[in-house]
Design a binder for this molecule. Structure first.
Ligand code: HEC
Length: 257
């Protein structure tokens, strides 16, 4: 047996030698990782998603700050009751526009079966047939005509999208035709000034205008671009409101001018 091994001092020294070597390597590792971390050697490469996410986050912060600078959350909250009131006051209806009626539905069927309106009253010559046109009505009509002019041309000359209104026998003809065209729209072939037109989609109904506005615009086209015709009355438009929602009218269904 080796006598030195039994010496407690030698055992203690051996223990501390071991501890020293261990500490040395531990420090070495710590140094390597410490430097590595400091210079980014071990950092994982940044994924493109991370980079994009970072940019998005920066933009969002910027937008949030800009919005907050212009309108505060208190201001937004203050507006909500007014907006809600306006929405309630507008009485949103389930089916209001003809476009909302589902073809083949109960509402559509009822409308189709409804008897046609009596047009004789509307088209009977009025006593005030030759009365001068009210300039106020022409003003209303002129404003409403802007939308018609988009297709028919601002001087009623006709475009690639719609036939002319200037000199059209339909425009100066029976008033009921014009009201029906506006309330139901128009499709199928139509002859204007001796030329036949047929536009694939026809003309969309424009029943959203008020009775005064429709009477105004129809009076306007009857008395502009060289046309001459009697004024259209809001009551005449009102009497045909029941026609709204029926399929687009055809020239055949109308009274020949
Ligand atoms: C989206 C385009 C468009 C708009 C807007 C439009 N129309 Fe038309 N209109 C047409 C087309 C297309 C026809 C011919 C339909 C057909 O092929 O049967 C037509 C036909 C007519 C006709 C009978 C033919 C003629 O030239 O005399 C009248 C009257 C008429 N439109 C009046 C109006 C009035 C009034 C307005 C505005 C309230 C209006 N239109 C807005 C496209 C339009």
């Amino acid at each position: 047996m080796d006598p030195t091994r039994d010496n407690p001092l030698i055992r203690i020294k051996a223990f501390f030698d071991g501890l020293g070597i261990f500490t040395f390597f531990a420090l070495l590792l710590a140094l390597i990782f410490g430097f590595g971390a400091a210079f980014g050697i071990f950092r994982k490469g940044q994924e493109p998603e991370d980079a994009a996410g970072k940019i998005r986050y920066e933009i969002k912060t910027e937008v949030d700050e800009a919005q907050a600078a212009v309108i505060s959350p208190e201001q937004i909250e203050a507006v909500i009751p007014t907006a809600a009131k306006a929405l309630i006051a507008s009485k949103p209806a389930a089916v209001e526009k003809p476009e909302q009626i589902v073809p083949g539905s109960e509402t559509a069927r009822k409308l189709e079966e409804a008897p046609g309106p009596d047009l004789s009253n509307i088209d009977a010559p009025a006593e005030d047939e030759d009365a001068p046109i009210d300039p106020a009505q022409m003003e209303i009509g002129k404003a409403q005509f802007l939308v018609c002019g988009a297709c028919h041309g601002q001087n009623g000359e006709g475009t690639a999208a719609a036939p002319p209104l200037a000199g059209s026998e339909w425009v100066t003809g029976p008033v009921s035709n014009l009201i029906l065209i506006q309330l139901r729209g128009l499709k199928g072939p139509i002859t204007v000034k001796g030329q036949q037109y047929e536009f694939p989609a026809g003309m969309t109904p424009m029943a959203y205008q008020t009775d005064e506005q429709i009477a105004g615009v129809l009076t306007y086209i009857r008395n502009s671009f060289g046309n001459k015709g009697s004024a259209v009355k809001p009551e005449q438009v009102a009497s045909l409101r029941g026609e709204v929602g029926k399929p687009q009218v055809t020239a055949e269904e109308l009274t020949q001018p």
